[in-house]
Design a protein around this ligand. Structure first.
Ligand SMILES: Nc1nc2c(ncn2[C@@H]2O[C@H](COP(=O)(O)OP(=O)(O)OP(=O)(O)O)[C@@H](O)[C@H]2O)c(=O)[nH]1
Ligand SMILES: [Zn+2]
Length: 213
């Protein structure tokens, strides 16, 4: 196992174009060995029947849970509809569910994202805002970073008159372990443009919390 870990030598270099890290992917066998190590660390026997296929399943699940690293929010927000008969008011998509993993413990945090923006000429497909949430949620995250990244992606692609992002979430690393406080929630917000105005923030928040369908 030691040899596998030593030979991983993850390469980290900053790509000049996107400012992204280029990671040299470990092989499937290396990923599965790492899971076997963690099973041993948890105190179980990775060679018992029920756990034999677990390393392969976990490696596959990781591809899904961390798919966001392979995705580009800019490409998702690329298509704008301009024929909206002069609509200029706020567009709000609320209660977008998400699950992410905190970068400190790699334990889930789950909740909802609310996104409002003031269009500048055109509007984006509503589903695309929910897709952008997943691009950033399916990475190792802090709630603050995820909130800022969602707002930044919309701001950069749509250049709207303002973006508001509100994220509310429960962190399993605070409920299942550590301080063990079930039911606490964390709210984070990021505002740009018109939403820097306090009255706009009140309007956004009121709409987010108004009775639903
Ligand atoms: N700001 C912020 N903190 C987070 C987030 N997710 C987890 N944390 C916190 O990250 C901190 C890590 O603290 P450390 O003292 O390094 O780790 P720890 O000993 O496991 O901390 P405890 O959770 O208090 O047991 C904890 O306070 C977590 O609650 C997040 O999205 N944003
Ligand atoms: Zn955590």
């Amino acid at each position: 196992m030691d040899n596998v870990v030593k030979s991983l030598s993850v390469e980290r270099a900053i790509s000049p174009s996107a400012g992204k890290f280029i990671i040299k992917q470990p092989t499937q066998a290396q990923a599965e060995d790492a899971v076997r190590t963690l099973i041993l660390w948890a105190g179980d026997d990775p060679s018992r029947e029920g756990l034999l296929e677990t390393p392969a399943r976990v490696a596959k699940a990781y591809r899904e849970l961390y798919r966001g690293y392979q995705e580009d929010a800019g490409a998702i927000l690329d298509r704008v509809f301009e024929e909206v008969d002069g609509y200029q008011d706020m567009v709000l998509v609320r209660d977008i569910p998400f699950h992410s993993h905190c970068e400190h413990h790699m334990v889930p945090f789950v909740g909802k994202v609310h996104i409002g923006y003031y269009p500048n000429g055109g509007v984006v497909g509503l589903s695309k805002l929910a897709r952008v949430v997943d691009v950033f949620a399916r990475r190792l995250q802090t709630q603050e970073t995820m909130t800022a990244q969602i707002a930044h992606a919309i701001e950069t692609s749509l250049k709207p008159h303002g973006v508001a992002v509100l994220v509310e979430a429960e962190h399993m690393c605070m409920s299942m372990r550590g301080v063990q406080k079930q039911g606490s929630s964390t709210l984070t917000t990021q505002y740009t443009g018109r939403f820097r105005d306090a009255a706009e923030q009140v309007r956004f928040f009121t709409m987010v919390k108004s009775p639903g369908l």
